[in-house]
Structure formats: structure tokens, C-alpha cells
Design a binder for this molecule. Structure first.
Ligand code: AMP
Ligand code: MG
Length: 501
């Protein structure tokens, strides 16, 4: 199945011009090299031209005869120089040590050299690997559409994430609760290394490989750590800070990841592995988006603490790298401690921005908490509450905002406090509204929007996926179609999203 794309076309050389395989140079302990299992007669579902552009690829990359991108990105062919491999990792799942996991259905293709540095390309759903365990190595169209759209939506919100370049599909049947069909997402990131990669080598006692991985990561992705007294503690602190920022980013847009296991945590602080994620509609701090998460371990309000818990697991994995002087792990504990300051600071900064505040005042925390309490009390729509607050002007009746709340007196009381706070910094309505609209999205990937695209795609019509992608790529602009930014329809409440993907 895996044919190399021919290079003797007169349309120029196949991509990418510079192809790297640095992960492959790590050695046998880190991966298994194997070909993809392709899909017969693949079709394009969607592509992110914005991302292709960032890779420096021409606009016609996907339809050039000499590139055969559809075949390559469906696992049916390889570009010259590609080394396809599945990496091994372990991890903690739902709070318990799960042992060895690994890329059970993902395949690293190598790195494309771009002006922003090397970018790894990875196929998700391209067949069995030695790490597939009970799985079939496949991903279904349904979950792949969700991953594709949300990767690009989160990126457009300015939140660090793995990206999605393309989505291809075929009629290949895949068994989940019912019979579905296969799809392959091409994911892109500077690195897909997870906390779980480090945990793997620590828990199996492969300390030389653990050090090799840490040195590899530092030299390729975190070179500034080399200058630190303890580079491994500096690496941890870097991940601590990035994770704190990421958790604040998620909380600020009402995003729930759903499966924050340590094998789904990125060493680059990226949103990684889109499964049963969800953007909240009505605000409920206890919201659990993953129907399989019976304990609510990964509820919205729990995410920042779970991020911290996961960082402890990473610190534990780095402990064997401490030398004689630091073998009690003091520098790692100090790095972990940074989270306690970095996360609240990052969240406050985002919340102040969401309220359009330019200065910092002691009472801001209470103002923000009370706003969130007001929202939670009536499950006011998370996205719309902030978006409509952004349009508030002096002396205006905030009718649209009032529609979202039942206790009008409580809302009016809070709005008066907010107005007083704005006046205290001589806030001007016009510029503030513009600022707020640039951080409070009009459109997020609500479950029912994804569901609309999925149902159409399952019937062979991919136009809704493409349309939605275009809307989600401009989340701070009021969409043409009002329903994209409206309250969810009643049927959305019955949608259930589970780990099945
Ligand atoms: P997840 O819960 O999706 O993060 O996956 C946890 C582990 O299960 C990872 O090692 C995945 O590669 C693996 N996995 C999930 N689904 C499949 C599948 N359909 N086939 C093979 N491996 C899978
Ligand atoms: Mg995963």
C-alpha cells in the first residue's frame, strides 16, 4: 500500500522541500517504525488552508498531481524522506497508573521545516501499531470532524494547540457502539511529546533513555533551559508556566478537555488529543463534558487542579534526573510551586481582559467571582454572557444581556458595581467594547454545531464542515448566520459525548 510518490514529475519536487526525522534519531527504545495502514478510495473532507499557508505550502498543495497529498495523508503513500513511526509512552489515566500506552492509532511522519521552525506531521487513525492494545488503530469520521474543527477553532481563539491540516475519509467500516466509517486527521505541532513519554522511561527504570529524552526535548524545544543551574528543573518550570497559561486559557473560554490524563498532556503546553471535549453552553462550574467520566474528575472547575496534579506526575518522572545534591527533588518542588502563583495570575489577567478592565484593583477578584456566580446561578450561556457584556454602553438598556438572566435585580446590582468599577478607571465605552469583543468570542464549537457537520458528513455532504471551519477561524466576528452564535437548540441538551472515538 505504501508507495513512495514519484519524484520525476515536471510540476516540481514533492513536498516538503526539507524533511526532518529527528525523533527517529532517538533510537529503538522510543518508537516502533512501521508503515501506515491506508484507506481505500479516500476522499477529502476538509483542509485548513490557513495552516498549509503557515507551513509555506502553495494554495494548490492538496490537488497537485505530483504531491498526491490525498494518498499520503490517508496513509496510502509516503513522500520521499518520510520515516513513519509510532512512539511509546505511558501515563496516569483517571488518577491511576495505567502502564504502557503509546501511539495506538497515531503515526509520526517526520518534520516539515518551516519559517516558524520544524513542524511534526502526524496521522491519527492510520491503522494498528504495537501500542494499539485492544483498539483497532482507527478513528471514526464523527470524532475526527470534532478534532479537526476544534483544533482549528482553539487555534483561532489564540490558545496553544496541536493543529489540524487535513481530514480525509473512506467507506472503511469501523465498529464502535454502532458501525461507523474511518477517517484520518493530519495533526501538526512542533512536538507531540507528552508528560507520559517521560513517565514511561521513569516508571520502567530506563533512566539513560529518560535523560536522553529530556536532553532531546531541551535542545530542540526548550534550549533556554540549558543556561539554568538545573536544566531539568528549568524544563519543569517551563512546562508548569505553560500549563498554567493553558488552564487559564481553557477556563476563560469555557472549554472542557474531558480526558486530562497525563498521556494527553503536552510538554509544550498545547491542547492535545481532542476526544470528548466540550465548550460549555450554560455555565455550570461542575460541568462534565465526558459522558464516561462518572466521578466528574475532569469537570470544568477541576481542570486547573488536575493540571497541577499532572505536573506532579511529570515532576516525579524527572526525579531520577536529579544529581546527588538535588536528589530530594527540591528544585522540582520549587518549580511546581510556581503554578500556585502563575495560574491565578494568568486567570485574573484573562478575566480582567474579558471585563475590559485596564487597571488592577483589589476588589476585581470579588467583582469577577460575583459575575461568575450570577451566571452559574441561572446557568447563563457562558459565551453569550461575556459577548453581550462586551456591548454594554453607558445609559443603554442591556436588554440582550438581561435575556440571559432570571434574577434581574441581582443582575442590575452587579452591573451597577461593574459600571462604578469602569468609571473608576475612566473607561470609554467604544474602545472597551472593541477590546472585549477581541477576547470574548461570538462563536465557539458548541456540540450541536459539530453535530450538524457530522450528520451532514455522514450523509456524504462535507460542505457544513467546511463552512463551520471558516466561521470558527474568525471567532471574534459576528457570523453571517445568526444561529452559529445563538443559544443552543433544545435537542442539544440530549447530546452525549463519550470516550468512544
Ligand atoms: P485516548 O483516551 O484517546 O487519549 O487514548 C488512550 C490510549 O488508547 C492511547 O494510547 C491511544 O493511542 C489508545 N487508543 C485509543 N483509541 C484507540 C484505537 N481505536 N485504536 C488503537 N489505540 C487506541
Ligand atoms: Mg490520548
Amino acid at each position: 500500500m505504501n508507495n513512495s510518490v514519484s519524484q520525476d514529475s515536471n510540476q516540481g519536487p514533492p513536498p516538503p522541500a526539507a524533511w526532518l526525522n529527528r525523533y527517529a534519531e532517538l533510537g529503538r527504545a522510543f518508537f516502533t517504525e512501521l508503515p501506515a495502514q491506508g484507506m481505500a478510495k479516500p476522499v477529502w473532507v476538509a483542509r485548513s488552508m490557513a495552516l498549509a499557508d503557515q507551513l509555506g505550502w502553495p494554495a494548490d498543495w492538496w490537488q497537485r498531481a505530483d504531491w498526491q497529498a490525498l494518498e499520503v495523508l490517508s496513509g496510502n503513500a509516503v513522500w520521499p524522506g518520510m520515516r513513519t513511526l509510532a512512539t511509546v509512552y505511558s501515563g496516569h489515566q483517571f488518577g491511576s497508573w495505567a502502564g504502557q500506552l503509546g501511539d495506538g492509532r497515531a503515526l509520526l511522519l517526520g518534520e516539515v521545516d518551516t519559517t516558524a521552525g520544524p513542524m511534526e506531521l502526524q496521522l491519527k487513525g492510520a491503522g494498528l501499531t504495537p501500542y494499539s492494545r485492544m483498539g483497532d488503530g482507527r478513528a471514526v469520521l464523527r470524532s475526527s470532524i470534532r478534532e479537526f474543527l476544534c483544533s482549528e477553532a482553539i487555534a483561532a481563539l489564540g490558545i496553544p494547540t496541536t493543529r489540524a491540516l487535513a481530514l480525509t475519509a473512506s467507506a472503511l467500516p469501523v465498529r464502535r457502539e454502532s458501525l461507523e466509517t474511518a477517517a484520518v486527521v493530519t495533526r501538526v505541532a512542533p512536538s507531540f511529546i507528552r508528560f507520559g513519554h517521560f513517565e514511561h522511561f521513569a516508571h520502567t527504570g530506563q533512566h539513560a533513555e529518560l535523560r536522553q529524552l529530556a536532553d532531546f526535548f531541551i535542545s530542540h524545544h526548550a534550549p533556554e533551559c540549558l543556561a539554568a543551574a538545573n536544566p531539568y528543573a528549568a524544563l519543569l518550570e517551563r512546562v508548569v508556566r505553560q500549563t498554567a497559561e493553558l488552564m487559564a486559557d481553557w477556563q476563560a473560554v469555557g472549554f472542557c478537555h474531558g480526558v486530562m490524563n497525563t498521556d494527553n498532556m503536552s510538554m509544550l503546553g498545547l491542547t492535545l488529543d481532542y476526544g470528548p471535549f466540550g465548550f460549555m453552553d450554560g455555565f455550570d462550574p461542575g460541568h462534565v463534558c465526558n459522558h464516561s467520566d462518572h466521578q466528574g474528575r475532569y469537570a470544568y472547575a477541576a481542570q486547573p487542579n488536575i493540571g497541577f496534579w499532572n505536573l506532579h506526575a511529570l515532576a516525579q518522572a524527572l526525579l531520577p534526573l536529579m544529581d546527588e545534591v538535588d536528589k530530594d527533588g527540591a528544585p522540582l518542588l520549587a518549580a511546581l510551586d510556581v503554578y500556585k502563583i502563575a495560574f491565578p495570575a494568568a486567570l485574573m489577567q484573562r478575566m480582567r481582559a474579558k471585563l475590559g478592565l485596564l487597571t488592577e484593583q483589589d476588589a476585581d477578584r470579588a467583582l469577577i467571582d460575583d459575575w461568575l456566580k450570577l451566571m452559574a446561578g441561572v446557568r447563563a450561556d457562558f459565551t453569550l454572557s461575556f459577548r453581550r457584556l462586551s456591548s454594554l454602553t453607558q445609559g443603554d438598556d442591556p436588554a440582550k444581556l438581561r435575556d440571559l438572566f432570571i434574577d434581574q435585580a441581582a443582575l442590575a446590582q452587579w452591573l451597577q458595581r461593574y459600571r462604578d468599577r469602569l468609571n473608576a478607571e475612566q473607561s470609554e465605552d467604544g474602545p472597551r467594547s472593541l477590546r472585549m469583543r477581541a477576547v470574548n468570542p461570538a462563536v465557539v464549537l458548541r456540540n450541536h454545531l459539530a453535530e450538524g457537520a457530522i450528520r451532514a458528513a455522514q450523509a456524504g455532504d462535507f460542505s457544513e464542515t467546511e463552512r463551520l471551519l471558516a466561521v470558527l477561524q474568525k471567532p471574534f466576528i459576528e457570523p453571517e448566520r445568526a444561529s452559529d452564535a445563538a443559544l443552543p437548540p433544545d435537542w442539544a441538551q440530549t447530546l452525549e459525548v463519550s470516550c468512544s472515538s
